[in-house]
Design a protein. Structure first.
Length: 195
């Protein structure tokens, strides 16, 4: 006898395949959602870590900018202090300069002449005086060129005039003031030239 299966086996197989497909679809959707969630979580954590690094770098940069501005301010203060120190040192050095200049001029002047005016402007000095001969003026120029405090004498004008029947030579002379070089013994050990 022949047996015929009248059960709808195709429909059952189709339903079984549909169920497997739905199960695979659900598993794939869950896996996809898990991957998306995991990826989002990883990207968020990396993004937050990068933002923290950026915040630290910005804070460090702001701190460095503040330190740089403080350093600039300190440099300006140091420059101002050094300028003041230089002014005080110049005043200290130049304190006796006028006395030394007048003493040097009086030492270098030969007899038979006198000064009527002496003007100083910066390091330049203008001497106006009277001499009984031109040779005395020439001697003064020679003496001033060998001086430790004065240099570059320049005779600007010399005129012969008669005053009360006496022949005199009025002269105008310019000379430059210089600081004398200290002797070798006065130079500190660290500042001497090396052989």
């Amino acid at each position: 006898m022949v047996r015929i299966n009248l059960l709808p086996h195709r429909q059952i197989r189709r339903a079984e395949r549909q169920r497997q497909f739905n199960l695979m679809l659900a598993l794939t959707a869950v896996a996809g959602a898990a991957i998306v969630f995991l990826g989002t979580t990883i990207l968020d954590s990396k993004l937050s870590a990068q933002q923290e690094r950026n915040a630290r770098l910005e804070a460090a940069s702001a701190n460095l900018e503040k330190q740089i501005s403080e350093i600039k301010e300190l440099r300006n203060q140091i420059r101002n202090v050094l300028e003041r120190k230089q002014i005080v040192e110049n005043l200290q050095v130049n304190r006796s300069q006028s006395v030394m200049m007048l003493d040097e001029i009086s030492r270098q002047m030969p007899e038979g002449m006198y000064l009527r005016a002496l003007k100083q402007q910066g390091s330049g000095i203008l001497l106006e005086g009277v001499a009984d001969t031109n040779a005395r003026v020439a001697t003064l120029v020679r003496n001033l060129s060998g001086s430790d405090w004065l240099q570059a004498p320049n005779l600007l004008e010399i005129k012969t005039v008669n005053t009360n029947g006496v022949k005199q030579n009025n002269f105008t002379l310019s000379v430059q003031l210089k600081a004398p070089t200290p002797p070798e013994d006065d130079i500190p050990a660290g500042k001497k030239g090396r052989p």
